[in-house]
Design a protein around this ligand. Structure first.
Ligand SMILES: Cc1cc2nc3c(=O)[nH]c(=O)nc-3n(C[C@H](O)[C@H](O)[C@H](O)COP(=O)(O)O)c2cc1C
Length: 353
């Protein structure tokens, strides 16, 4: 287990300052399309009450043509701090969308300049903006002018291995008025494969005055500490490590604040969390929520005897009761054989893998 050096603890003891916003945590929950809805964020926040959370990315053009806000943009007035993330390539639509985000309660507006998905990049959004820095700059300027809250950017290190341009790009975003930048240490071409190259994040941090958040491969407390040591970043953002494990942001936050390790949840506690997640998704979105819950449920069902069988069944559930019954049966079995659930903790897989 990495220890928390006094130097790192001292460096991170002050709040994260994003423009005029103070955030009392150096650990952020990333935007994850199809995952970080209000239900998921509520679970993460239970364990990480001070952390910044992000909505799923919202299409600014889509927003321009509809009257009602999409459900993915919904924010609970009690969930703070919260950022609404937008994507697009049109500065005017993004400025308009940012105003709607602020009206909905966003504490910051984040612009997605990292999404690798073809559907997004072929329309000029997401990571394709790394190849269009002038447009990216115009976007940040327009959004900064449009809203009173800090505007932030989330991006990658470049389009391909041969086009790594994060140093110039990040500088331009800062000059355009961005108040924080999150760097995912992979190129667009990498997708989610290969290790994140934290070395680039270190260089961005050394060059910029605004806070720099490191993202990519933060799957554990140990990884977060190494990343903060290696990059000098102002904070870390957790992503896939939280899928089926909404405890991660809180575990890291607690360690950074106290130097002590939070007890990891038992298998039964994780399954109880899965159960609550399923029930809440159903209450929030009805049958669509149950269909969306299938993937979450399979992420939770890991690291205990019979987990593979449970995953196979959970990804087929047709209604909420079916899912709850399946989870309850496994919990009852584990309670009956406590030694198995104890043993399984030793073989529990790391979160998100
Ligand atoms: C299912 C999924 C959905 C994602 N959705 C978004 C998104 O809406 N906005 C965004 O900026 N990044 C999105 N990302 C990227 C993550 O926020 C993060 O940058 C990436 O997963 C790298 O971190 P990791 O290696 O810790 O997973 C998504 C990633 C995944 C796997």
């Amino acid at each position: 287990m990495s220890a928390l050096s006094p130097a790192l603890q001292a460096r991170l003891a002050t709040p994260l300052q994003i423009g005029n916003l103070k955030v009392n945590s150096r650990v952020l929950q990333s935007p994850l399309s199809g995952v970080t809805d209000m239900v998921f964020r509520r679970l993460v926040r239970r364990y990480a009450p001070d952390s910044m959370m992000y909505t799923e990315m919202v299409n600014a053009t889509g927003l321009h043509y509809v009257r009602d806000l999409p459900k993915i943009m919904e924010v609970d007035p009690n969930e703070r701090p919260i950022s609404i993330q937008l994507f697009d390539c049109r500065p005017d639509f993004l400025a308009e969308a940012a105003q709607k985000a602020v009206a909905e309660g966003a504490d910051t507006v984040d612009i997605n300049m990292g999404c690798p998905v073809n559907k997004i990049t072929k329309n000029g959004g997401g990571s394709s903006l790394l190849r269009e820095p002038a447009t990216a700059e115009a976007i940040v300027r327009a959004v900064v002018q449009a809203v009173p809250v800090p505007v932030t950017v989330k991006t990658r290190i470049g389009w391909t291995e041969n086009e790594i341009n994060i140093l110039e790009f990040a500088q331009r975003m800062q000059d355009a008025g961005a108040q924080m930048i999150t760097v995912h240490g992979r190129t667009r071409a990498q997708g989610y494969n290969g290790p994140a190259k934290w070395e680039w994040i270190r260089q961005v941090k050394a060059a910029l005055a605004i806070p720099v958040i490191a993202n990519g491969d933060i799957f554990s407390v140990e990884a977060a500490v190494s990343c903060l040591e290696q990059t000098g970043a102002d904070g870390v953002m957790c992503s896939r490590g939280t899928m089926g494990y909404p405890f991660l942001v809180g575990e890291i936050d607690y360690f950074l604040k106290t130097g002590d390790r939070k007890p990891v949840p038992t298998v039964i506690e994780r399954l109880e969390c899965a159960r609550e997640h399923l029930q809440a998704l159903w209450e929030y979105k009805g049958d669509r929520g149950v269909r969306q819950a299938r993937k979450h449920m399979t992420w939770y069902a890991k690291g205990f005897p019979g987990a593979a069988d449970l995953r196979g069944q959970l990804c087929l559930i047709e209604n909420v009761q079916q899912g709850l019954d399946l989870i309850d049966q496994v919990i009852a079995k584990l309670l009956d054989q406590p030694e198995e659930s104890e043993l399984s903790e030793e073989i529990a897989l790391p979160a998100g893998v």
